[in-house]
Design a protein around this ligand. Sequence first.
Ligand SMILES: [Zn+2]
Length: 402
Amino acid sequence: MKRPQPLFPHLKYCTRCCIPETQEGVKFDDMGICQACQSSEQKIHINWVEREAKLRKILEDAKKQAGNNYDCIVPISGGKDSSYQLHVLTNVYGMKPLAVTFSHNWWSKSGWYNLQNSLETFNVDHIMFTPNRALINRLARNSVERIGDTNWHDHAGVGAFPLHVAARFKIPLLIWGESLAENSGRATYEDPVHTFDREYFLKQSGKLKPIEMISESVSYRDLFPFELPTLEEIEAVGVWGIHLGDYIFWDDERQTEFLRYTYGWKETQMEGTYKRYKSVEDIMSGMHDFTCYLKRGYGRCTEQASVDVRNGLLTRDEGLELIRKHDPERPEALGHYLKITGSTEEAFYAAMEKLRVPQMRGVSIPVIRKKHKHEERLLPFPEQMIEKFNRSDAKRGYLRNL
Ligand SMILES: [Zn+2]
């Protein structure tokens, strides 16, 4: 039988998983194995009992320092990691966190349910910042044309808003979920990323400058909420952060199972992949992943299949089969993008072509039509809700706008 080939045979792929050389920051060792695969081996040899003791000490110290203030900030998106972070911090370690959400304002119905369900279940105080609908609609187009991704506002906001809350509420410790070593070449388990030092700020601001998103329809004033606090503001509070996944053994599959059965966390279908629990809270995540595919030749299915190959849930060949089926799928969310930006499909593909990485230039990138309808409506949940109430008002004979 012929073995499945990667989608773009001219690229170099990790010899163990399915990650190509076009992933940002990827490094291969002499055997052609990527850093995330090396990290997954480190993970087996780490003394997790020792790591957990370190975590306990960090959390105990934070409690002592907090006085009447919150013990820590937990940035949450409503995804699987958010619920797991809250479970660990409140139920296992008895912390009093302040949950903080930067809303991309593209909630799926099940994502909105998961966020609300976790706030109710874990009884945590919560602050959410939501940029207005017209602004994110206007930004989506700039975002595609300038960075080749629909979600600039999300990346920038998720980076900036929890730090603003930390600085203003004087809560130094931020606690994220998954280790950066899990899926990316940005960190390893031996060398986790901890602080928000000058280097972090330079890196972040290099990537996400709000000033670069100014256009005819978007002013700097509109973009102000996406600015990071200053290094001085951060240092005055001594803000720093950890990822729970650097201290406790992280297993997405088992955690999702646990959350589903224990707390009623809901999985849902995702575009462009076969798994049902990563970024399901965002109706545009299919666009985020599809734009990555058009620029770099791989999408979400490549990332998820690679994790499953590392964890022994799939063989590399099975991963490559799934990737052929899912990565090239035209997401239904492209329709929503065209509606909110008034752009055309041709203009979208032309913009994406300009932003390809050098290895993908001049290469034919297959796009396939989806054969099934998406399980959820790809309309932001607040809009679905408004539509539903208006319809029922109309049915009952109420007139709007009186
Ligand atoms: Zn690999």
